[in-house]
Design a protein around this ligand. Structure first.
Ligand SMILES: C[S@@+](CC[C@H](N)C(=O)[O-])C[C@H]1O[C@@H](n2cnc3c(N)ncnc32)[C@H](O)[C@@H]1O
Length: 225
């Protein structure tokens, strides 16, 4: 069984020997792969919907890891007891959903390792984490086709404040895809800036923030090449 590069990058950040809950497990490939490769001790696959959870159960059976895996039909971490897990993965979901799931489970700040792979609203999620007692410990980047994904290891704790550019692109990392990722983020910020500048009623504060982010991203890019 092989994981896609995005899910493999998530798996790579899960601590060895973890008791894991994969929130929004869908097909369950991530926990199944981690169990199959003896990277983790136990896993809970949780999902909001019965269909995906049935798929995860079927995949666990197919790959012979059912005995080390549980299945929970619930919203986020609602039916997970903090003592059951040492690590939490939340991948392939929007940043707002991830923040809402963590907000409803403040125990995730207490000695757990979180591996997050948001699909949208990355700057907003980084800011939310910073403001709610979480620290982003490391970030990696994965490529699938022409898409780049950012995967974060997060723990409860203080994080020195992120600059505007860091909210967009994360802190400097030695990832081989970092230069490409910065180009991608810079073009996003540039497009947003052009949109703001072309608007009939200009939001000068938003323009100033985007200009600051763009300048910071350019400086990061120069530092990374
Ligand atoms: C796009 S899939 C991602 C699947 C997998 N984590 C991945 O990265 O490939 C999102 C899954 O999250 C589930 N989901 C969405 N919101 C959820 C929530 N609040 N709690 C639990 N599961 C949720 C959906 O039912 C769906 O199966």
């Amino acid at each position: 069984m092989e994981l896609t590069p995005r899910l493999k990058a998530v798996a790579d950040q899960v601590p060895d020997g973890a008791r894991l809950v994969d929130v929004g497990a869908d097909h369950g490939y991530l926990p199944v792969w981690l169990l199959l490769n003896w990277r983790i001790r136990r896993a809970i696959a949780s999902d909001l919907r019965q269909g995906p959870l049935d798929n995860a159960r079927e995949n666990a059976r197919f790959y012979g890891v059912s005995e080390r895996m549980d299945f929970r039909l619930c919203d986020g971490l609602a039916d997970i007891h903090p003592d059951e897990v040492t690590a939490v993965t939340i991948a392939g979901m929007g940043g707002e959903t991830i923040a809402a799931i963590l907000a409803a489970a403040p125990w995730t700040k207490e000695g757990k390792t979180l591996v997050l792979q948001p699909m949208t609203s990355l700057p907003e999620l980084r800011l939310w984490l910073q403001q709610h007692g979480y620290a982003i410990e490391s970030e990696s980047i994965a490529r699938e086709g022409d898409k780049l994904y950012s995967i974060w290891t997060v723990q409860g704790g203080e994080m020195s404040p992120l600059t505007l550019a860091e909210l967009w692109a994360g802190r400097q990392s030695g990832d081989p895809l970092r230069g490409e990722y910065l180009d991608h983020i810079l073009s996003k910020v540039t497009r947003a800036l052009e949109g703001q500048r072309a608007a009939q009623r200009k939001d000068e504060a938003a323009i100033a923030r985007l200009e600051e982010a763009a300048a910071g991203l350019k400086a990061m890019k120069e530092g990374s090449t």
